[in-house]
Design a protein around this ligand. Structure first.
Ligand SMILES: *[C@@H]1O[C@H](CO)[C@@H](O)[C@H](O)[C@H]1NC(C)=O
Ligand SMILES: *[C@@H]1O[C@H](CO)[C@@H](O)[C@H](O)[C@H]1NC(C)=O
Ligand SMILES: *[C@@H]1O[C@H](CO)[C@@H](O)[C@H](O)[C@H]1NC(C)=O
Ligand SMILES: *[C@@H]1O[C@H](CO)[C@@H](O)[C@H](O)[C@H]1NC(C)=O
Ligand SMILES: *[C@@H]1O[C@H](CO)[C@@H](O)[C@H](O)[C@H]1NC(C)=O
Ligand SMILES: *[C@@H]1O[C@H](CO)[C@@H](O)[C@H](O)[C@H]1NC(C)=O
Length: 478
């Protein structure tokens, strides 16, 4: 496989493997919620390329399956592998009183050394136990495979979703206990217990619920009543924990992105349970509560700007606010126009964030804002073309190939989906009137045309055809 900078050569090599090369690396969006009704009614004709990406990411995201919470190199303090376990990302060990640190196992370091926080500096060793990453992989895989089933009608995708949900939440051998008692532990002798920031680890429930709602609404035969009932029962127990445990209530009280995502998560599982009234009151509590203090008159988000990586955190909390507004709209609480104490809306926050370029230490995060731009454009409109122009300028055609362009509609494709429109009329993307599902073909020419030169996506393009999946992650747990 040539690792040439010339995209076309790489593409041709990939095409010979009869694998549709990833135009983009699989992107782990910070969060999102998709109304199944909107997806069912989605007949926008400028999203062919985004649909192809969704099919590709559905396959890519299946690579590590199945994921289970019981897969750990050492157990949590409870001794029960069914308990979810994760380490706070910015904690670093100080083993200065140990003569020979190489003699310590990862577990001994974790339990015996003294830990301190260095804000913004990620410790890779804190992923040795990777329930956190495995759960995030599950959330993307469920979302993209549910969408791929909707688009293609191919039960392979929905069968996987059912199996993965069963493995993570339900199977006797591997099921997760419905609590986060050991999430984001801080490490060392006094840090063997979960902290409130760890509640954030399960914010991706919004993606899982989005996928499940789609399978439910379209009566997927592979989504079995057993699994549906099991997941619903799990949600009921988890809500009990989420609304009573001390650390969960501390997270709810957080005024920044942590609090925002707490409401996302609670409302999502309430919807899963069928508790629409509960989800309504959760979203109302967010928009009538901490949201009011999150956006200044000029659109800045002072609580996020104060952090070590302000560009990332502004985009991150925007994703939370947008997801909460989408959930609200689904349950009948319209919050897109809700103004903060200083008179700002989600749109004001997005408009401000777009004016601030990432600092030199944050250039890798530039694209994190893009899905938020598409979401705001779709909801508030883009009458002067400002949002489409920003994305077209930032990443060219790549913005209409991004999976989220499929569900953040209506939104202009700036004329970039011409290849997709051609494919549609030539039959490679067809719509089946009988099933009501559109089937997207794999037109290699489209991919040749659509290879962009966006550095942050280069790895996914280079390796997409070599079955090595690189993931662009916006969903760090911080
Ligand atoms: C897409 O839809 C728009 C609005 O309905 C229509 O004007 C346009 O002709 C359609 N384009 C294609 C390629 O079908
Ligand atoms: C941790 O700190 C305590 C108290 O300062 C000290 O007695 C102990 O030796 C330290 N442990 C390690 C592994 O450095
Ligand atoms: C330190 O521990 C490692 C692993 O047990 C061992 O191989 C090594 O010989 C030890 N070094 C010293 C200086 O004791
Ligand atoms: C799982 O455990 C429950 C309760 O112990 C038991 O009733 C059920 O038969 C088990 N299911 C399987 C598939 O082993
Ligand atoms: C799913 O089943 C329900 C109940 O039978 C029915 O009302 C609905 O139209 C079905 N939805 C689809 C998309 O087939
Ligand atoms: C939201 O605000 C816009 C602009 O003021 C207005 O056009 C729209 O009707 C409002 N929507 C709702 C549901 O209040």
């Amino acid at each position: 496989m040539p690792r040439s900078a010339a995209g076309t050569l790489v593409f041709l090599a990939a095409a010979t493997l009869s694998v549709v090369p990833a135009v983009h690396s699989l992107t782990d969006y910070a969060n999102d919620f998709l109304s199944p009704t909107d997806i069912l009614n989605n007949n926008y004709n400028n999203t062919h390329l985004a649909q192809q990406t969704i099919l590709q990411w559905a396959s890519d995201s299946a690579a590590g399956a199945p994921w289970t919470v019981t897969k750990k190199p050492f157990p949590p303090p409870s001794g029960d592998d069914h308990d979810y376990m994760s380490f706070a990302p910015y904690r670093w060990p100080d083993c200065s009183n140990v003569q020979n640190t190489t003699a310590l196992t990862a577990e001994q370091i974790w339990e015996q050394c003294n830990y301190t926080t260095i804000d913004g500096k990620l410790n890779a060793d804190n992923r040795i136990v990777d329930n956190i990453g495995d759960f995030e992989s599950l959330t993307d895989a469920v979302l993209y495979n549910s969408l791929a089933w909707h688009l293609s009608g191919d039960d392979t995708y929905s069968t996987r979703v059912t199996q993965w949900i069963q493995a993570w939440f339900l199977s006797n051998d591997t099921a997760m206990n419905p609590n986060l008692n050991y999430a984001q532990m801080s490490g060392g002798p006094s840090g063997q217990v979960g902290t409130h920031t760890g509640i954030l680890d399960l914010k991706g429930m919004a993606k899982i619920v989005s996928g499940v709602l789609l399978l439910r609404q379209e009566n997927a035969s592979t989504w079995t009543s057993d699994v549906d009932a099991g997941l619903t029962a799990w949600a009921g127990e988890y809500i009990q924990w989420l609304t009573t445990a001390d650390i969960a209530l501390q997270e709810k009280a957080a005024t920044n992105n942590h609090g925002s995502f707490y409401y996302t998560q609670l409302a999502s599982v309430q919807i899963l349970l069928g508790d629409t009234a509960g989800a309504q009151s959760t979203i109302e509590e967010y928009f009538g509560g901490i949201y009011l203090g999150q956006i200044a008159a000029n659109g800045d988000q002072p609580l996020e700007t104060a952090r070590t990586r302000p560009y990332h955190y502004r985009a991150y909390n925007l994703a939370a606010m947008i997801t909460n507004a989408k959930i609200g709209e689904y349950v009948g609480v319209y919050a897109w126009n809700k103004t903060t104490n200083e008179g700002a809306t989600i749109k004001t926050a997005l408009d401000y964030a777009m004016t601030v370029a990432p600092g030199s230490s944050e250039t890798a995060y530039a694209a994190e804002l893009y899905p938020n731009i598409a979401a705001v454009a779709a909801k508030y409109g883009d009458p002067d073309g400002k949002y489409a122009a920003f994305l077209a300028n930032a990443e060219g055609k790549a913005y209409v190939e991004d999976a989220n362009f499929y569900w953040n509609q209506p939104f202009s494709d700036s004329g970039f989906d011409v290849a997709g429109a051609t494919a549609s009329s030539s039959g490679t993307a067809t719509s089946s009137a009988a099933s009501g599902k559109s089937t997207v073909g794999t037109n290699q020419e489209n991919f040749a045309l659509s290879i962009g030169f966006v550095p942050w996506r280069a790895w996914g393009m280079l390796y997409g055809g070599c079955a090595v999946v690189m993931v662009t992650s916006f969903a760090e747990f911080l």
